[in-house]
Design a binder for this molecule. Structure first.
Ligand code: G6P
Ligand code: ZN
Length: 623
């Protein structure tokens, strides 16, 4: 490819020069490549795999063919292509643009810089849908190709990924990804553009690159649509005021795509000081960190919030010097970690708290909530609030796409409207129906709004109400769901499947009464394999996790352990064990979760024969 200046023109300056059409659509023969089945959230592979000959091309051609199928056989007019900025982002954008153009997609929108967070991509697709067209008046985005491997590390030897979002801004559903996979097994050729111009990702907004006589790339503003979406949820004036009256925050962008959005919102819009931000410049290798906002990988922030890696307060720090709110986002800005001064909030609790305090968020203040949902492995803290407040609560399989259906029930299925809607997952995902992805920054502003409301009556000079006080009061009212997760990463796939089979054979299908208890206070009750029938489209999803139910002595309180294999890894298998235990007794709420759950964990590991089957004495990570 070479730069071809006369193929480039700017709509801003009004300068229009006709592109000379040396453009040539070429058809390149190829053969199927194994292993392109997308997981929970797109296809993730090592960078080196994506760099293999025809790899990106085969996948994208299959993706476009699938999108055309689901568009009633018609070629898409407009598509967004954006990534989280990880290594290989810029090259892939160029390759993908060429294939999109050669296939006849008329408008290819690329954010300036090539980087957008996942929720921002969803906002572009949705906002342009709502306003009936782009700022250049050229159609409505019918989908987005998002280049991300989310919270997986980036750089040479690490992960790169591609996922597709459909016309309402939601991740592609199972039917789409199954069809896509089939097409990757049958592909014989792909189309691309020979001699296409090099796209300068830093060109001014509005710059156009004519790739073929009928297809052009337009550089768009990465922020505007997303900012509009957030402004429709929160009261920015109110937050700005709160920001200058005692509130303080430390936001860790983990060098991912969320950083520049946090800077735009927190600093430029809400007037908070630059020192509120850390690691907010996107880097291709995320500064060699693992961009997953949990207690282990966000260790620097965790420390700066006066916490230890198990989530308990570090007694050696002076809590009065700590920021009021601590938050981190993952590589593509859709996950979030929330903490107060010396106080960690589990994602399941965060969701329950946001639900119980929805009046503090303008988005819900007027109409209330018509629905909430959580993924099955998340704790039942949400269910308890939903029941008390009489809000329909759904329990779905892991994966944001299941929430998408519920949120779009009316707009795409003419069904019952569950919006306004709040949903979330234990895996540090929280969000609402303002977009169709989880949204790390939305969660931060939701918490800032809750804090702002809680401090409304506090007069100057008085101590502000913090995160810890809000959460402990919540527990006192509803009881606490102790929660944590053990991850066994890089386990041999056969061994991982064997663990799941042992659970099925002995605990799900076996006789519960014959299961011998290893701890008198932890009684095994029964086990089930979770399956889901989507209430909106009736689709069925099976084998979504194994649930072991327990009863604790002497209180009789329920406890639960869930086993599930991760769907987002790129090599080997990861076994996840999710632990949850309900505690009504306020005097016990102060214990740290991993300590409170240790006996339950040991009993579950014994029952499923973890060490014997996998050789693992301890988990890789506890979050
Ligand atoms: C991605 C999805 C989430 C999902 C998570 C599960 O982040 O966007 O919706 O909860 O993956 O990951 P796992 O590795 O547990 O399959
Ligand atoms: Zn992510």
């Amino acid at each position: 490819a070479f730069a071809r200046p006369f193929g480039v023109f700017s709509t801003r300056s009004g300068l229009k020069m006709s592109a000379t059409t040396t453009d040539e659509v070429v058809v390149i023969p190829t053969t199927p490549i194994e292993g392109m089945r997308p997981g929970t959230s797109g296809l993730r592979k090592k960078v080196e795999v994506w760099q293999e000959k025809h790899y990106v091309e085969n996948f994208i051609q299959s993706l476009i063919d699938t999108a055309v199928d689901s568009n009633g056989g018609k070629m898409l007019d407009t598509i967004v292509v954006a990534g989280d900025g990880r290594y290989y982002n810029d090259e892939a954008i160029q390759t993908i643009s060429n294939i999109c153009a050669a296939n006849g997609i008329a408008n290819i929108w690329i954010p300036q810089g090539g980087i957008m967070s996942t929720p921002a991509v969803s906002a572009v697709i949705r906002r342009r849908t709502e306003s009936g067209g782009g700022e250049d008046g050229e159609g409505i985005a019918q989908g987005g190709i998002v280049l991300t491997a989310s919270h997986n590390p980036g750089g040479p030897g690490e992960d790169f990924g591609i996922k597709y979002n459909e016309g309402l801004g939601q991740p592609a559903d199972e039917k789409f990804t199954d069809t896509l996979y089939q097409k990757t097994l049958e592909i014989a050729s792909y189309k691309t553009v020979a001699d296409s111009p090099d796209i300068d990702l830093n060109a001014p907004v509005g710059t156009k690159y004519q790739l073929t006589p009928t297809s052009a790339v337009t550089i768009i503003d990465p922020f505007q649509n997303y900012l509009d979406a957030l402004k429709s949820c929160f009261d920015f004036d109110q937050l700005r005021k709160f920001g200058s009256s005692g509130f303080s925050i430390l936001f860790d962008g983990m060098h991912g795509a969320g950083g520049q959005f946090a800077k735009r919102v927190l600093v430029e819009e809400l007037g908070l000081p630059e020192s509120s931000l850390m690691r907010c410049n996107p880097l291709p290798d995320f500064g060699k960190c693992h961009p997953d906002p949990n207690l282990t990988y966000a260790s620097e922030l965790v420390k700066k919030m006066g916490l230890k890696s198990d989530g308990s307060a570090d007694a050696s720090t002076d809590a009065s010097t700590l920021p009021m709110l601590g938050a981190a986002n993952d590589g593509d800005g859709d996950r979030n970690l929330i903490a107060g001064a010396g106080f960690f909030v589990t994602p399941s609790d965060s969701m329950a708290l946001i639900c119980d305090n929805y009046e503090a968020i303008p988005q819900f203040a007027a109409t209330g909530l018509n629905g909430v949902a959580r993924s099955m492995p998340s704790s039942a803290a949400l269910d308890v609030v939903a029941e008390a407040r009489n809000i329909p609560c759904f329990v779905t399989p892991t994966g944001w796409k299941f929430f998408g259906n519920l949120m779009s029930s009316k707009e795409s299925f003419d069904g019952k409207d569950y919006t306004p809607f709040i949903c979330g997952e234990e895996s540090f995902g929280t969000g609402s129906d303002h977009v169709r992805e989880k949204d790390g920054l939305w969660a931060v502003l939701a918490w800032m709004s809750i804090l702002s409301k809680a401090n409304e009556g506090v007069s100057e000079g008085e101590a502000l109400v913090g995160v810890e006080e809000i959460v402990t009061k919540h527990w006192a009212k509803y009881g606490r769901h102790f929660y944590c997760r053990y991850d066994y990463e890089g386990v041999d796939s056969d061994a991982a499947n064997q663990v799941m089979d042992i659970i099925r054979d002995n605990l799900v299908n076996g006789d519960a009464s014959s299961v011998e208890s290893g701890d008198a206070d932890i009684k095994f009750v029964d086990a089930v394999e979770f399956g889901y029938t989507d209430p909106v489209d009736g689709s069925e999803t099976s084998k979504q996790g194994l649930i072991l139910n327990f009863e604790l002595g002497p209180s009789g309180d329920p406890a639960r352990v869930v086993f599930r294999l991760s769907g987002t890894g790129s090599a080997g298998a990861t076994i996840r064990m999710y632990l949850e235990q309900y505690e009504k007794d306020t005097s016990k709420h102060g214990i740290s979760a991993p300590v409170a759950l240790k006996d339950l964990a040991d009993e579950a590991l014994r029952l499923v024969q973890m060490e014997k089957t996998t050789g693992r004495e301890a988990p890789t990570v506890i979050t």
